[in-house]
Design a protein around this ligand. Sequence first.
Ligand SMILES: [Zn+2]
Length: 341
Amino acid sequence: MRAVPFFEHGPASVLQYKEDFPDPVRARNSVIIDVKYCGVNHLDIWARQGIAGRNIRLPHICGCDIVGTVSRKSHGLRAGDRVVVYPGFSCGRCAHCRAGSQNLCSQFAIIGGMSDHDGGYAEQAIVPAQNIVRIPGSIKDEVAATLAVSYLVAWNMLKTNGAAKGKTVLVYGASSGVGMATIQIAKALGATVITTVSSGEKRVFAEKVGADHIVDRSENIAERAREITSGTGVDIVIDHVGAATWQASITSLKQGGRMAVCGMTSGNDATVPVRSFYTKQIAMTGALLGTKRQLQGLIRFVAKKKIRPVIDSVLPLKEASLAHERMEAGKHMGKMLLKCS
Ligand SMILES: [Zn+2]
């Protein structure tokens, strides 16, 4: 099959387009998907770069946002059924798995991420049958290919932290995957959204996806957030940036505010204003993807509220390395997809 594996960790150039990569081998409790689109996420870049001290089996095919059709009838699925893959691999047997909290399973790993499970930068992917979610007819393949990672984690964080009408949410980077997802979902839940941008072009994008207040990244974000909320601070901060923003996040929150963290694109070592954190009695939650049940709930919500993720670009599979370079340079606005077949 055609696929884009990497044989060693490194820069975007380690992604190698192959016309004759071995097809996935049929296995018990698994389903082979003919991949139509695979969304590109920061997780793919982390998998490609590797994490010091953590080894995965190489070659590896990255890509966690897999959409396609079932290749052959099995597990109650018919050939040709349109499906999205819930990317959280889990044991399926432990108490967390049985309770539907796959992301708390001790064996939890992200298919196509920094794990031994190949992902969707290929014509075909093999995934556990328990990870298959059917796509309703009202959701297009291109939309479905944006939902299972950045929209899922945004949905998880917003629901866990009570985003609703009357609440104000601050999220960084309107044009990033998590940024756009948070703005669109929070608005559909009735919340007011403050976001940040790094250019005039991205400001236009933020307006287009529905942000209520847009702050330039060069401004004092916490100060602007307090001004916008008439001095009280925001109810919820969605932080996927890490080291560069934790201080502003905690300073922006109101008394009893909530901070949700799902990433650290700017680095791992954050400075925390501890006094502000405990005197405001802030609650902080970490989010690792979300559960399969949350993905199913999100798909129903997206269909009902007619949420339309903005697609930055659809690139042919063989241009996967260009997609990574574009994301690493921060040039994308919205989701990038690879067309895999
Ligand atoms: Zn488990």
